[in-house]
Structures are given as structure tokens and as C-alpha cells.
Design a protein around this ligand. Sequence first.
Ligand code: NAD
Length: 428
Amino acid sequence: MASTEHARSYEQLEYDTPLYRTAIAQFDQAVPYAQVDDGIAERLRHPERSIIVACPIKLDDGRRVVLPGYRVQHSSVLGPTKGGVRFDPEVTLGECAALAVWMTWKCALLRLPYGGAKGGVRCEPRAMSRGELERLTRRFTSELLPFIGPQEDIPAPDMATNEQTMAWMMDTYSMQRGHAVPEIVTGKPIAVGGSVFRHEATGAGVVMIVARACERMGWKLAEQRCVVQGFGNVGGIAAQELVDRGATVVAVSDVSGGVYDPDGLDIPTLSAFAIEHGSLEAWQTGTRITNEELLELECDILVLAAREDQVRADNASRLNCRLVAEGANGPTSLEADEILRERGIPILPDILTNAGGVTVSYFEWVQDLGRLFWGRDEIRAKLAEKLNDAFDRVWEISHERGIPMRTAALVGGIRDVSSALEARGLYP
Ligand code: NAD
């Protein structure tokens, strides 16, 4: 059996999910422009290591359940692997693999000394108490102990995980080592070595990229009407940053549906409500709309900040915006990419647009390792510098080669990882 045939069957068996197929198809679209050796391209199609664990936990009513957990480490060529942990009913090995692959290109595009990883536990976090979530986090961390570390793999928050989750992970890891190891995770509370501005970094970064794109396209950000899908960490902060820069946010949504006001929403009040009530479900003011209706609203900029696979072949032709910004990972399917390209609607791709989170995570890790902490203004300025530099490289590749910004961003990331792999050679 030829090695390629062998590899393809392995890939299909272990990771085959729509999201992984999308990640690999995007990679295959970009590889010809990145001028990568075939052997190296083949190596990069496969995550280096995947771990499946079982997490038994005690529920508050005394019952025990066993929840499946995953961690996929795609590439350690440039440094430790880095990536979020999500708690979600749809987490699978294939989903984590796709997200780990994207993290590799994202870190390389931002010139961070990391490779990509992703993990999570398949569970229903909204039905779990704080105590159940803590026990799950600690058991998941214990199961991963041999595979994570400040120089090996550094977790961070993702869907339905937050600063508190990271504090529990840090504490569990530190108790095993016998001393505090803040650099094991990023996105922690500031009290245990977290960084100022990490909480806001992904959403603020989305708007920094949108602002740079507007500048290049000759649009005034303050005149744009925006719609934001997803009102959690990324979407909530992005909506606030848009308003702070003078733009009008006419609609936002979370898993319970959307709120629409053509004159613009009061984002601080909505955010406070969502934090207090856990969602927008009970919000009464303004017009309530479904998530499908929200995606089709007439606007200038549509920010996708909920989750993967939201714009697909069945709804891409009904989007009514002039620019899409991907705050979430993988929100646009391959077919939708093509439909939007034909319709002349540019997409600011996820691996560039939501890279603010991992960039400030990198700043957090550096601060923890050096035990020396920086101020908010310094971090915000360093983040803007990194994101603007990555945006300019993507814009240039896209215009030079006549390719969409997604492919251009992938080319930027893939080229750097491939050069490192080429220089290091094949072990043994
Ligand atoms: P979160 O859990 O804080 O928020 C997710 C939001 O999306 C919630 O408001 C939820 O109700 C909503 N939502 C879920 N399903 C939805 C649906 N079908 N329709 C509409 N809304 C829906 O998570 P987050 O950290 O904001 O992550 C959101 C996305 O951004 C994910 O794709 C994540 O991988 C990505 N991301 C997050 C970070 C980070 O730093 N948190 C960094 C990079 C990328």
C-alpha cells in the first residue's frame, strides 16, 4: 500500500468529521501557493498526537457519569502546542483535530513560537453546577498530566470555559508539581498570574482587524452598521469595541436567539443582562429574531462569533452584508466560501481575525515565565502591532496572488511551519 493511501485511510478513520474535512480541504487549496515540498505537506496533514480520556465525575445528586475528553496536538515544530479547551455536547476527536490544525496556522501567521492544539470534554455545561464543572475540570486536567506542560502544551479557555476553569486547571497541575506553575495555562484570573487585557483580547482583536480592513477598503468604521452572532466572550467584547469606535451594532444573538434594533442596541446594558441571566433568553426590549433571521439582516459588517458551521451552502446566498469577519473558528463552510467569493463579499478569516486571543495568551505566558508583568496600554499596543503586521502580510499575499484572504492567511502560516520543518529535518 502506498504511503499516501495508507495515510488517507488513517485520516478518514480517526478524524473524519465535516470540520476536519474542511480544515484539510482549506490546507489543500493553500498548499500550491505556499510552495511546500510534498513530503512536508503530507506530514502537516496529520496531527502529531491525539489523546482520548474518560473523565468519571460525581454529580451533585450522587450519581456518577463518565464523560469523554480529548486533546489533539497538531504540530510542535515551532514550540509548545497551544489551544483552547471547550465544554460542549458536540465535542469530538475530529472537531478537536480540525481546531488544532487551524491553531498551528494561526500561531505561525502571528509569528508566535507555538504549534496548534485543541481539546475539550463532551458534556452539557449549561446543565452542570459549579461544583460539577470544577470536578470535571480537575479530573480532565489530571488525565492530561503526562501530556501537557509549559514547554509541551498550554491550554486556554474556549467555548463554555473561562478564567475560573483555567484557575482550576492551574491549581490541579500545580498541586501535582508541588509549587505554583502559572505558565501551564493562559486566560487565568489576574490573581494567579493572568494577564491584563487577555479577557478582552479576542473580541478587541476582531475589531482591530475589521478596522484595518476598513482602512484598506476606504470605509469609515464609524459609519458601518454591524450585526454580531454570538454574545459570549468574543462576540460580547467585539460588539462593545465596535460601539466604542463609533459603529452601530443593530443586532446581536446567542444560542437563545437574537435582538434587533435598526437604530442601534445598547450593548453595555445587554452585556450586563447576559452576564446576570446567563443568556439573552429573557430579554424583552426591542424586536426578537431567530439566529437564521439575524444572519440575513441587511448590514455592512457581519461578525460571526458563535461557533463553527453557521454560514453554509443553504444560507450563504441570503447573507445581506458587505464584509464578513470570522471571530469564531470555522463558521463558514467551504461551499459558503465559494458562494460569498462569487458574490464579491470578502471574508476576514478566522485564523487572522480571532488571533488576538492566542497573541495575548502568548504575552501572558512570557510574563509568567519572566515573573514580570506589563500594563494594559503596553499589551494593547503590542497586540495591535502584531495583528496589523499579520493583516498587512495577508492583504499583500491576497492581492499579489489574486487569492481570497483565507487562502492568503493559510499560505502565510503554512510557509513558516514548512520552513521550520524543512530546516529541522526528519527525525531520526
Ligand atoms: P462563549 O461560550 O463565551 O460564547 C459563545 C456564544 O455563542 C454564546 O453567547 C452562545 O450562546 C452563542 N452561541 C452558541 N451557539 C450558537 C448558535 N448556534 N447561534 C448563535 N449563538 C450561539 O465562547 P467564546 O469564547 O466567545 O467562543 C466563540 C467562538 O470563538 C468559538 O468558535 C471559539 O472557538 C472562538 N474563539 C474563542 C477565543 C477566546 O479567546 N475565547 C479565541 C479564538 C477563537
